[in-house]
Design a protein around this ligand. Structure first.
Ligand code: URA
Length: 235
């Protein structure tokens, strides 16, 4: 692929804008030599304004999603893309969220431009555990482990029962929940089904991957070791 197309596809600008960047000498190799639009140079050798290029197609990143942000490109309010460099929203293929977290849920969110990888992570067949912590409006009743773990709980307007989920009480109104699927508002609806209400929800891990030191609003690119970690926890 021509450099100009590659760089435009990474969201740095339209082809016309990127062509201008070449003319202005802003695109160089690692030694600082000015590059031309039709040069053939390895991806990791290209610099834009002295900075390495964003990763090529196959990018996977982890965001610590704060509450108040929507997993959407269209929402008129704050969206998770606002927390990334603006060019990430312009990448082709597009950068998508791997599943969704509700606007009022915080925690670990993956984003990728690799459709096959996205499918591998979100497919129910992957059985990747996702661990959440919920703060509840009312005390736990005591039968939630049986109800959530039964494999027979039917949520309103669903056609199949939920797969068994694990709940571990962490206090009278606090619980850790492990899911292997990801239905719409699943945890909020599960607690509604047992007469409770989720006041706050945070996702800690996905597969074998945790947030580590990432503060709310921060993100980082994932490497091969992180990818292995994600799938290490499938059952
Ligand atoms: N369950 C929910 O209810 N919301 C989320 O964001 C994730 C799981």
């Amino acid at each position: 692929m021509k450099l100009v197309k590659l760089i435009a596809n990474l969201g740095y600008g339209s082809r016309k804008q990127v062509t201008l960047m070449f003319r202005e000498g802003r695109i160089t190799d690692a030694a600082g030599e000015v590059l031309y639009a039709d040069d053939a140079v390895a991806h990791d050798q290209v610099r834009v304004d002295g900075e390495p290029l964003d990763p090529p197609h196959g990018l996977l990143l982890m965001l610590h999603k704060p509450t108040g942000y929507t997993c959407s490109t269209k929402d008129p309010g704050r969206v998770v893309y606002d927390l990334l460099p603006p060019r990430h929203r312009l990448r082709d293929p597009v950068l998508s969220t791997v599943g969704r977290l509700d606007r009022d849920t915080s925690g670990l969110l993956l984003m990728t431009d690799d459709g096959a990888l996205l499918h591998r992570i979100t497919s129910p067949k992957a059985h990747l555990p996702k661990v959440y912590e919920a703060v509840l409006a009312s005390d736990l009743r005591g039968d939630e482990a049986d109800v959530f773990g039964s494999g027979t709980l039917m949520l309103e307007s669903e056609k199949t029962p939920l797969a068994p989920a694990i709940i571990e009480p962490l206090g009278p109104r606090r619980a850790r929940i492990t899911l292997v699927e990801g239905r719409y508002h699943q945890i909020r609806r599960m607690f509604a089904a047992v007469g409770n209400h989720v006041e706050s929800l945070h996702r800690h891990t996905l597969g074998g991957l945790g947030l580590g030191e990432l503060a709310p609003g921060q993100w980082r690119m994932l490497d091969d070791a992180d990818r292995t970690r994600i799938f290490a926890a499938s059952s």
